[in-house]
Design a protein around this ligand. Structure first.
Ligand SMILES: NC(=O)c1ccc[n+]([C@@H]2O[C@H](COP(=O)([O-])OP(=O)(O)OC[C@H]3O[C@@H](n4cnc5c(N)ncnc54)[C@H](OP(=O)(O)O)[C@@H]3O)[C@@H](O)[C@H]2O)c1
Length: 256
């Protein structure tokens, strides 16, 4: 719809960037949120090339004031919010027995509370538009591991939070789902492997090659593949889908 507006957080790189570019085909305007302005400008060019308008908001979503700024500026620019895609995340990947309270708080401040505050702030506009929200969890919500326990714990909390919003959304006319990506090759994944490789006496190239095998998958996912699922969830085709947790993981989770 040419007049519809989507907000995408984490739009400066990785899954968020790919999603913003993909949504340009379905939405008239895409609001790009993250901290790195230079990267957001690059995303904006790619979104505009697809024919959508953009608004760049370089802001730290861990800050309590950020959600109101994002919603106010979106409504001043475009007057409506049809979709909110909470993709930003930077939970520290640190061992359970080494992670400090401050590091736990930092991880939750962005991925959990940043997304929670933004969704609440956008809710009235989403109700008016009969809009959709997607939260980004991850497979680690299903199998949390000690070497990066905060990632699994916060992703499980995100999935529960999405479910709680979807419960309210049934009466309010807002559709809310969560996506659980498996291992997708992004900057975040690369920096994790750079950390993981020396701990396992491997070069980064060896770790890159070995990781999918150990995870029981044929290859890493591409950000553009997750973007397709995000786009489906905020499309009319998925309108009756709410409160769902959708995995896209190349078969990483082996259980039913
Ligand atoms: N890649 C995977 O394998 C994988 C698997 C499961 C789940 N996920 C989840 O998918 C989401 C995207 O992951 P990704 O791999 O695409 O990560 P990424 O490439 O590291 O991108 C993370 C995004 O979050 C933004 N961000 C970080 N801190 C921020 C802050 N304080 N305020 C605003 N924006 C902030 C970053 O932008 P700036 O640095 O410019 O702020 C960036 O755009 C995350 O929630 C992640 O947990 C990823």
């Amino acid at each position: 719809m040419s007049h519809s507006t989507a907000i995408v957080t984490g739009a400066s790189q990785g899954i968020g960037r790919a999603t913003a570019i993909r949504l340009a085909r379905d939405f008239g305007s895409v609001v790009l949120v993250a901290r790195n302005r230079e990267h957001l400008v690059e995303t904006a060019k790619a979104v505009e090339d697809q024919g959508a308008k953009t608004l760049i908001l370089d802001i730290d979503l861990a800050e309590k004031t950020a959600a109101k700024i994002v919603v106010d500026k979106t409504l001043s620019a475009f007057g409506r919010i049809d979709a909110l895609l909470n993709i930003a995340g930077a939970v520290p990947q640190i061992d359970l027995f080494e992670m400090t309270d401050e590091q736990w708080d930092g991880g939750m401040a962005l991925k959990l509370h940043g997304a929670r505050r933004l969704t609440i702030e956008a809710w009235n506009a989403l109700m008016k538009a009969k809009g959709s929200v997607v939260f980004t969890s991850g497979n680690s919500a299903i199998f949390p591991k000690a070497p990066h326990a905060a990632v699994g714990t916060i992703n499980a909390a995100i999935a529960a939070l999405a479910k709680a919003f979807s419960d309210r959304g049934i009466s309010d006319g807002v559709q809310v789902n969560s996506v659980l990506p498996g291992p997708v090759m992004t900057g975040r994944r690369r920096s994790y492997l750079e950390h993981w490789a020396p701990l396992h006496n491997m070069t980064v190239a060896e770790a890159m090659e070995r990781f999918p095998r150990d995870a029981g998958i044929a290859r890493y996912g591409e950000p553009e593949e997750i973007a397709e699922l995000m786009a489906f969830l905020v499309s009319p085709a998925a309108r009756w889908m709410t409160g769902s947790m959708l995995r896209m993981d190349g078969g990483e989770v082996k259980s039913v």
